[in-house]
Design a protein around this ligand. Structure first.
Ligand SMILES: [Zn+2]
Length: 173
């Protein structure tokens, strides 16, 4: 199990609440908001989440932590979608979960949509593989909160994982 490191939450919260929408910024190519893209079509995207990056390293909450989001800036998980649009997004969530299980040792796939009207309002779904061996009291919300520590991963490792996941998502039936 990689060692978790403390995370300075304040600058992250600051950016979340005062910066541009991180998903719209990413999709428009803003250099401060890059992510490894895993899948895109005319409606939705999937990409690797990260809290920050610096000189060849990325700060992440968990390996294989993926976000699925509509391209358009929509905010409400159910209210802003027709049923068929919602199901289309959930199909991508499913496919990402299956790709993660195939690519990483996974005890359980977490799926959730959170966000806030005060920050990160562009609706997105978190799809996160819980690796085997995490003690019970460190699973679930504990595992997902950067207050409980983050991982530093080399950018090359992130890019390689992204390439493998991209491959799996491209070759879907
Ligand atoms: Zn947005």
């Amino acid at each position: 199990m990689p060692e978790r490191q403390p995370f300075d939450l304040q600058p992250y919260v600051e950016r979340t609440q005062n910066g541009p929408c991180f998903i719209c910024a990413f999709l428009s190519g803003h250099p401060d908001y890059c992510h490894h893209l895993l899948f895109e079509d005319d409606f939705a995207v999937a990409f690797l989440a990260r809290a920050s990056s610096e000189a060849g390293r990325e700060i992440i909450q968990a390996l294989g932590y993926v976000l699925v989001a509509p391209r358009q800036h929509r905010e409400h998980a159910t209210a802003d979608f027709t049923q068929s649009e919602y199901l289309r997004l959930q199909m991508l969530v499913y496919q990402v979960g299956q790709a993660l299980r195939a690519e990483l040792p996974t005890e359980r796939v977490y799926v959730l949509s959170l966000g806030s009207q005060q920050g990160n309002s562009h609706v997105h779904w978190h799809v996160v593989p819980l690796p085997p061996g995490v003690p019970y009291e460190q699973q679930q919300f504990h595992f997902l909160m950067s207050e409980n520590g983050v991982l530093e991963v080399e950018s090359g490792e992130m890019a390689a994982l992204a390439a493998r996941l991209r491959q799996r998502l491209t070759n879907l039936p």
